[in-house]
Design a binder for this molecule. Sequence first.
Ligand code: FAD
Length: 300
Amino acid sequence: MAFRPERDVPLAPLTTWKIGGPAEWYAAPRTREDLLAALAWAKTEGCPLTILGRGSNVLLPDEGLSGLTVVLRHYAPETVLHGEAGDGSRLFETGAGFSLPRLAREAAAAGYGGYSFYIGIPGTVGGAVVMNAGFGPGDERQTAHRCEEVEALRPGEAPRWRPYADFGPTYRHTALIGSDAVVLTARFRFRERASAESLRQATAEHLAMRKRMQPLTRPTAGSVFKGTSEGQPAGRLIDEAGLKGLRIGGAVVSEKHANWIENHGGATAADVRALIVRIQERVQARTGIFLEPEVRMLTP
Ligand SMILES: Cc1cc2nc3c(=O)[nH]c(=O)nc-3n(C[C@H](O)[C@H](O)[C@H](O)COP(=O)(O)OP(=O)(O)OC[C@H]3O[C@@H](n4cnc5c(N)ncnc54)[C@H](O)[C@@H]3O)c2cc1C
């Protein structure tokens, strides 16, 4: 059957901030065939293409997105746990829509540690590959230290496997950001053998740390700004500038973690953008440091 996208689909519920207007055209493919058909449709129609995973690191515009928005949260058709390599490690291969907490659980179920940090990151494998999701600079708990190979597709070309290192992952950055490549599949290396008890403990400690330090009861997109290249956490700079609790419309700088902006109900993308600019101005006036956003601010 010919591919037919849906029209005028609300996107705010598909983001963790619960902000943004509708998609002009929308598809949420579950199979490779449907995904490839959606991408081919956008190319044939000559319309802009936006890919979303779980929308946990994006600010969508209030006007919505023109062209086709392809949401990959249901796209995880190819999950394979490869046999043990000579060093005892195993490769795990999955589609871009596989959730990161599930990835953590798959590693644990196979008896491997080193993945429990993904349990608290509410994104997809595709989003993690694009953003090199994980902890801060210098910490080895980053997607770059877990993911080995990525299958990506550029419009009009055939899908191609490449080493993840080819995309130059650094702290919250890869060459995939802002490119037109679509991540289809990724292979992760399960390396560290761990007992069920130590895995349970690592997961519980990680979740407790997040609950203690992060505002998890309101809609957010996690950290809004990157830390500085000198290793100063953005949250500390914002806190020291006295900005906790600062509000524009429904968007509020979290009292619990100053690098998070909470949606206290009815926040618009315009509110969040204005708050981001206000924070940047205040921190820069005080310290001379310009805070670079980590969240992807998509345009209509
Ligand atoms: C409570 C909370 C905690 C968080 N904690 C962390 C954390 O500890 N560490 C961290 O790094 N991040 C964290 N984040 C941010 C976010 O979860 C991660 O960046 C995650 O990897 C984004 O995945 P996603 O599927 O939601 O991507 P989205 O937000 O949907 O997309 C992010 C970007 O990737 C692009 N994209 C997504 N999938 C694909 C694909 N398959 N192909 C091509 N482009 C694609 C999108 O176009 C967009 O530019 C947190 C967010 C929240 C809400």
